[in-house]
Design a protein around this ligand. Structure first.
Ligand code: GLA
Length: 384
């Protein structure tokens, strides 16, 4: 977040709401270093919150209405009353994240206080960097604040996930909302998605986390995502467990006979990815970037061949990055898949040359111009 963004979101608030000086909440997007599609299977993930964020300027109202302005959508506005039957907004899709969170909170907490809000953000949208989770967690924090609920970060994340599952309609896991709520500056967060236990893992000083957006428009994301979830549930049933990550590699290998080929591949990705994630956290905490890189490459191959969620453009980007980085780190697709971004961990002093290489090769190969973000691991949701 930069000072211009902060000034904008404050000035726009004053403009729309009678010159009142607002408070501002900041909620970050995320990049996942490893552990893909493991969260809803009760496994581990290793994301970090990034320095691309949603800012929400706000102040309490003395009624039970929510008035909200979307600064990034030409100051489009929405207004609704807080009750336990908040409807969808059929015209302004962005507002359903706000309505969803308020609706879930109204079910859990009576007498919420009304609020005026202005929302603005620089998390790239539709890129797999969790712009929606950042918005949801930011709104949950605002409502918690004006209603003096003092909710924990974990509770903010669970409310946001419930809003996404039940109001928006994507059956996502807990990773995006939990890292947006609980990120630690300078650290990735190892999350056990079954118990929600978290452990910060420090990122080595001389390494960088680079994000390259393929700018491939993600298609069919929600339907493919929900299909993958169902296939994992079928596989879990085969093994007689509630969640796939309740089995380890040996149990998988011993019991995989009889699974249909597609479910077998999905399960193999999830079970091995869960183990890779724990190994990656271990490698990272020892500063063993080569081991981390090998695990990232294995993760990508598994997403490509077994979970089948990559695209040719993403595979190409990952190939170029891994070739350039060699044993000094690694790269893989990050997020739900079918386009979006690639994440690389590499020595800081290699960043410039790697970016140059991507710039010279990606467009030539695909006809699409990438976007590159050098990310810092940041704190989760907070009041500025
Ligand atoms: C999306 C979902 C997350 C997670 C990832 C895949 O980002 O929102 O819950 O499942 O995909 O790891």
């Amino acid at each position: 977040m930069n000072n211009t963004q902060l000034k904008n979101v404050t000035d726009i608030f004053k403009h729309h709401f009678d010159g009142v000086e607002p408070q501002v909440v900041c909620a970050p997007g995320r990049v996942n270093i490893i552990g893909e599609h493991t969260d809803y299977n009760g496994g581990h993930v290793l994301p970090c919150a990034i320095n691309y964020q949603t800012l929400i300027s706000f102040s309490a109202r003395n009624d039970q209405e929510v008035h909200v302005v979307a600064a990034d959508y030409d100051d489009e506005q929405d207004r609704f009353c807080i009750d336990d039957n908040i409807a969808h907004n059929e015209d302004k899709f962005w507002s359903n994240y706000v309505r969803g969170v308020v609706s879930v909170m109204a079910q859990h907490y009576p007498n919420l206080v009304g609020v005026n809000m202005v929302i603005s953000g620089d998390v790239p949208q539709g890129a797999g960097l969790s712009s929606s989770a950042a918005l949801e967690v930011g709104v949950a924090k605002v409502i918690s604040e004006v209603s003096s609920l003092a909710l924990s970060n974990q509770t903010l994340a669970l409310i946001s996930q419930q809003a996404e599952n039940e109001f928006v309609g994507c059956q996502c896991g807990i990773m995006d909302q939990l890292i947006s709520a609980s990120g630690n500056a300078g650290h990735a967060l190892l999350i056990n998605c079954e118990t929600l236990a978290t452990a910060p893992i420090s990122l080595p000083d001389n390494s960088a986390v680079l994000i390259v957006n393929s700018n491939v428009k993600r298609g069919l994301v929600d339907s493919e995502y929900n299909t993958r979830r169902k296939q994992c549930e079928v596989a879990a049933k085969h093994f007689g467990v509630a969640l796939l990550c309740d089995i380890d590699i040996d149990t998988f290998e011993a019991g995989k006979q009889g699974l249909a080929n597609v479910e077998l591949k999905r399960a193999r990705h999830v079970v091995y990815e869960n183990h890779r994630t724990l190994d990656a956290a271990d490698a990272l905490s020892k500063g063993d970037i080569k081991a981390l890189g090998d695990l990232m490459r294995a993760s990508h191959a598994s997403m490509k061949d077994d979970f089948e969620i990559t695209t040719p453009e993403i595979d190409y980007l990952v190939g170029v990055l891994n070739e350039a980085i060699g044993d000094n780190g690694g790269a893989r697709m990050t997020g739900g898949g079918f386009g979006g971004c690639v994440v690389a961990v590499l020595p800081s002093d290699q960043v410039a040359s790697v970016c140059e290489l991507i710039e010279s090769r990606y467009f030539e190969k695909t006809g699409i111009k990438e976007s590159i973000y050098l990310s810092k691991a940041c704190q989760g949701v907070h009041i500025l």
